[in-house]
Design a protein around this ligand. Structure first.
Ligand code: PMP
Length: 407
C-alpha cells in the first residue's frame, strides 16, 4: 500500500494483534464501529485514574482540569468540521441522539400538519424513524428521494419533491449500507434556494471525508465518535447558531439552565442549553485523541489508503462466481456490500468468523433500502486505515471456502 506506514499504524491498535478462532483477526466491520488507537484508550484511563471530576461547576483543581479537557475536545471538533464557533458544537450520545434532538426540538417548533419532510431512500433507520415519529405526531408527511440501481440518489427528482410545504431534508453524507457518497453540497444548494433546511447524517463520512460545515452551508450535521476511531457513547450535533438559538431545549435538568425558581426557569447559553445533566465526560475527552489521530495523517492520506483497499477488494470480490456487489456508485467510500447467489449472508458471516474474519451481515439498519433492492440483506466488508491487501486476500479465500461448503 502506497502512502502511510501501515506497520506503525497497526501497532497503535492493540485489538488488532490477536487470534480469533485460531486465526489472526481480520477486522472488516469498520462501518459498524472502528477500532481504537492506544491514544484514545490511554486518554480514558488517564481521566479515570488521575482527574475524574464533574465539570463546569467545580472550583477545585480536578474539576478545572476535567472541564478544560472536555472543552478542548469541543474546540478540536469545531476545527475538525470548520464550524465558526464552539457554541455550535453540542455533545450527544451519538448520531442517533443528535438526529432525535433536532426532530424533537427544531421539528417540534417548525413541523406542522400537512408539512413535508424529505429523507433519502438510503437512510439508516436513525435518520428515518425520528422523522416518521414526528410526522405521525404532527400529521406531516415523509417523502423519499429515490435511489437508482447503482445505489445513487436520483437528484433530478428532488426539485419535484420539494413543495412550499417542505420544511427539512434529512440525508446521509455517506450510506452505511452501500458506501455511496451523496452529493450533499448540491442538495443543500437546491434546498436553500427553496428555503428548506438540511440535516446531514455524517456518521459514515467523518472518518473518510474532509468536512467543512461552513463551506457546505449545512444547517445541522450529526456524527458519532465511535466511527472515527473514538469511544462509544459520545457524538456531536453541529447546528447553525441562529437555528440553535431559536430551538427549545431537548431535555431539562442541571447544566442547561440559567436560573430556576419554584415557578419557572430560564435556559443556559449555547451550547449548554442542549446538554442537560452530567455529560459523558470521559468519552468526550478521549474523542480529542481520535481527532488528533486522524489529523496526524490527514483525511486525504487516509482516503488514499482506503481507496487502494477498496479498488483491490472490488476487483478480487467481483471475480468470485455468483457474487454481486450492491452499491456501485461512482463516488464511494471503502465499503463493499455484496450478495452471493444461493447463499444466505448470515451463513457466510458465520463461516468467515471461523476464519477470524469479522464482517457485517444483515440489513444494516436500512430495511427500506434492502426492500428497494428486493433482498433481505447483504454481507458487508468495510475498510479502515489499518487494513491491508493481505487481509483482503484472506477475505477472498474465506469467501471461496465458504461458498464451496455451502453450495
Ligand atoms: N447513520 C448512519 C449512516 C450510520 O451508519 C449509523 C451507525 N451505523 C448511524 C446513523 C447511527 O449511529 P449511532 O448508532 O452511533 O448513533
Amino acid at each position: 500500500i502506497k502512502g502511510l506506514d501501515l506497520t506503525t499504524i497497526r501497532e497503535e491498535f492493540p485489538v488488532l494483534d490477536q487470534q480469533v478462532n485460531g486465526k489472526p483477526l481480520v477486522y472488516f466491520d469498520n462501518a459498524a464501529t472502528t477500532q481504537k488507537p492506544k491514544a484514545v484508550i490511554d486518554s480514558l484511563v488517564s481521566y479515570y485514574s488521575s482527574y475524574n471530576a464533574n465539570i463546569h461547576r467545580g472550583i477545585h483543581t480536578l474539576a478545572e482540569k476535567a472541564t478544560a479537557a472536555f472543552e478542548s475536545t469541543r474546540e478540536a471538533i469545531r476545527a475538525f468540521i470548520n464550524a465558526s464557533s464552539t457554541e455550535e458544537i453540542i455533545f450527544t450520545k451519538g448520531t442517533t441522539e443528535s438526529i432525535n434532538l433536532v426532530a424533537a426540538t427544531w421539528g417540534k417548533e417548525n413541523i406542522h400538519k400537512g408539512d413535508e419532510i424529505i429523507v433519502s431512500g438510503l437512510e439508516h433507520h436513525s435518520n428515518m424513524v425520528p422523522w416518521q415519529i414526528l410526522a405521525a405526531e404532527k400529521g406531516a408527511i415523509v417523502k423519499i428521494i429515490p435511489v437508482n440501481a447503482n445505489g445513487e440518489l436520483i437528484l433530478s427528482d428532488l426539485n419535484n419533491l420539494i413543495t412550499d410545504k417542505t420544511k427539512i431534508i434529512a440525508l446521509n453524507h455517506v450510506s452505511n449500507a452501500l458506501g455511496t457518497i451523496n452529493p450533499i453540497a448540491e442538495v443543500i444548494k437546491i434546498a436553500h434556494s427553496k428555503n428548506v433546511k438540511v440535516l446531514i447524517d455524517g456518521a459514515q463520512a467523518v472518518s473518510h471525508l474532509d468536512i467543512d460545515v461552513q463551506k457546505l452551508d449545512a444547517d445541522f450535521y450529526a456524527f458519532s465518535g465511535h466511527k472515527m476511531y473514538g469511544p462509544t457513547g459520545i457524538g456531536i450535533l453541529y447546528g447553525k447558531k441562529a437555528l440553535l438559538e431559536e430551538m427549545p431545549p431537548y431535555q431539562g435538568g442541571g447544566e442547561m439552565i440559567k436560573e430556576v425558581t419554584y415557578a419557572s426557569c430560564s435556559f443556559n447559553e449555547l451550547p449548554y442549553k442542549f446538554e442537560a445533566g452530567t455529560p459523558n465526560i470521559a468519552d468526550a475527552i478521549a474523542l480529542k485523541a481520535s481527532v488528533d489521530f486522524i489529523n496526524k495523517f490527514g483525511k486525504q492520506a487516509i482516503r488514499e489508503v482506503e481507496n487502494q483497499l477498496l479498488e483491490y477488494a472490488t476487483q478480487k470480490l467481483s471475480a468470485i462466481p455468483g457474487l454481486t456487489i450492491k452499491g456501485t456508485a461512482k463516488e464511494k467510500v471503502s465499503v463493499i456490500s455484496f450478495v452471493i447467489e444461493g447463499i444466505h449472508h448470515q451463513d457466510l458471516g458465520i463461516l468467515l468468523d471461523q476464519e477470524g474474519i469479522a464482517i457485517r451481515t444483515g440489513h444494516h439498519c436500512t430495511q427500506p433500502l434492502m426492500g428497494h433492492f428486493g433482498i433481505p440483506g447483504t454481507a458487508r466488508a468495510s475498510f479502515a486505515v489499518y487494513n491491508t491487501f493481505e487481509e483482503i486476500d484472506r477475505l477472498e479465500a474465506g469467501i471461496k471456502k465458504a461458498v464451496k461448503m455451502l453450495k
